[in-house]
Design a protein around this ligand. Sequence first.
Ligand code: UDP
Length: 235
Amino acid sequence: MFKRVLLKLSGEFLANDNGFGINPETTAKLARRIVQALDGTDVELAVVIGGGNLWRGARNGQGMDAATADYIGMLGTVMNAMALQDAMESAGKPTRVMTAIQMAAVAEPYIRRRAMRHLEKGRVVILGGGNGAPFFTTDTTSTLRALELGADVVLMAKNKVDGVYDSDPRKNPDAQLIKDITHLQVVEQRLEVMDATALTLCMDKGLPIVVFDIFQEGNLERLFRGERVGTLIKS
Ligand code: UDP
């Protein structure tokens, strides 16, 4: 049974059908799914939200200064964090948005001990602004914050992919789902889980990762209740 978990959501989970923007209805559905899954559990939840639905530093910022492009990406994640907060609170769950880049008019600054206090009080902490540093992704934010907040696990939510496969299931119909694997095997086999910096940090610190399909009914409920879902990566 997990006590404290860090859930990584891609920005695309909030997007319109074309993968861009923030769709309030889509966001509301996702928020309800998370709030319902938490209901009746003692799980403390921190969420890291990406920004790929609004901006991807390297891809959208071609020709721009790379660091500036990444800062734009980080600001995008704050927009997503605010949208998710609104939707989760409409679903009845108290939340706090905390940002790695200070913007006191819209959210609290990220302060580790304050974040832990919110978690202890049962508030969902939504972390915006990535690490606050360019040249990273929100995968690294998930690992970093999970480690410093003392989370038991990083839950890497995927859309219609129910875990890690031995080859790409979209290209190979015989691809097999892997239920248990070590961090080192993921690195050696170059399996797609999270970016390499984030993965090696998890490996170094022995932080378990679960890769699962958040859009499959019941998966989050089962995970929050300590059941096995998707792929478990551990040392
Ligand atoms: N980003 C960054 N530093 C961070 C986190 C994010 O510079 O610590 C920027 C980066 O440009 C990235 C963008 O924010 O492309 C959006 O984050 P990400 O690609 O991780 O979002 P996701 O794919 O999970 O939606």
